[in-house]
Design a protein around this ligand. Structure first.
Ligand code: CO8
Length: 269
């Protein structure tokens, strides 16, 4: 499947994984308007592929080019003369990108190989989970610029690491290293270097690729919907998703294969 070609993004498929690399290493992969345009175009294309069409890929890995940065945030040079109206439009564009990533029927893994600051940390937070190399460095440094998180960090950081930890990171603008990100649950796994990081992310995609596609899609939607709901409402949403699973061919195949002691060949429907 052709996901297009982009000025600031590199796309590469490897097995079941699509690796998307933000490619502006000269500016620490900062989210200039051109990058945002490309992310909008790519996520629109990805969103148009329904799970019924049987996704050719089973997971997306989002990373940054070079050995310094994942994404060092919004482009401060471009923001230097930005009006409040333009800033709002900029933030809304990135909200579209991040909500589209969350709505994709396959997991998105952020592979953080350097600075993930401000909008970069927020982009990583829109991914299902974050893997980091030892060079990973995370933070919401907007307070150093007289700004505030604008690409979803106010919502997703507290959901990921809890309100107390999120407050401290946002009020201080402090940068934390990979081991601390792992300790507070911002990152799921820590790898020695960029090579091991990418290999680890690809291995996880390959593992997920052996599972029922509709189960992964269903649970991704359910977990996002349930996040933050009170228990009773969350349980209701879970019942809906459980019911939906029983209407899939994947569940018929999966249950039968278990009883026949066979490996299931999931149809993805
Ligand atoms: N934007 C633009 N250019 C950048 C950015 C950035 N965010 N980060 C780095 N660069 C550029 C530098 O200007 C420099 O360019 P040049 O070589 O032309 O001078 C080049 O990248 C290399 O950077 P440094 O020389 O600074 O490299 P260091 O290794 O010394 O430092 C750091 C790396 C720590 C990443 C440092 O560059 C830095 O602190 N960058 C800024 C990080 C930051 O504050 N990010 C948050 C931005 S605000 C944000 O993301 C808010 C999002 C919500 C906005 C809502 C709507 C408007």
């Amino acid at each position: 499947m052709d996901f297009g070609s982009y000025e600031t993004l590199l796309l590469e498929t490897d097995g079941s994984a699509l690796v998307v690399t933000v490619n502006r290493p000269e500016a620490m992969n900062a989210l200039a308007a051109a990058v945002v345009e490309d992310l909008l175009a790519l996520t629109e294309k990805l969103s148009a592929v329904g799970i019924d069409a049987q996704w050719p890929i089973r997971g997306i890995i989002l990373t940054g080019a070079g050995d310094k940065a994942f994404v060092a945030g919004a482009d401060i040079r471009e923001m230097s003369s930005m009006s409040a109206d333009a800033a709002e439009a900029y933030a809304r564009q990135m909200h579209t990108v991040t909500t589209r990533l969350e709505a994709l029927p396959v997991p998105v893994i952020a592979a953080v190989n350097g600075f993930a600051l401000g909008g970069g940390c927020e982009l990583a937070l829109a991914c299902d989970f974050i893997y980091t190399s030892a060079r990973g460095s995370f933070g919401q440094p907007e307070v150093n610029l007289g700004l505030v998180p604008g690409f979803g960090g106010s919502v997703r950081l507290q959901q990921r690491i809890g309100l107390g930890q999120a407050r401290e990171l946002i009020y201080t603008g402090r940068r934390i290293k990979a081991d601390e990100a792992l300790r507070i649950g911002l990152a799921n796994a820590l790898f020695d270097d960029a090579e091991a990081l990418l290999a680890g992310a690809k291995a996880t995609v390959q593992e997920i690729a052996t599972k029922a596609p509709t189960s992964v899609d269903n649970t991704k939607r359910a977990l996002n919907r349930i996040n933050g709901l009170p228990v009773a409402a969350g349980l209701e949403a879970e019942v809906e998703s459980f019911r939906e699973a029983f209407a899939t061919e994947d569940s018929v195949v999966g249950r039968a294969a278990f009883l026949a002691k066979e490996t299931p060949a999931f149809p993805g429907r």
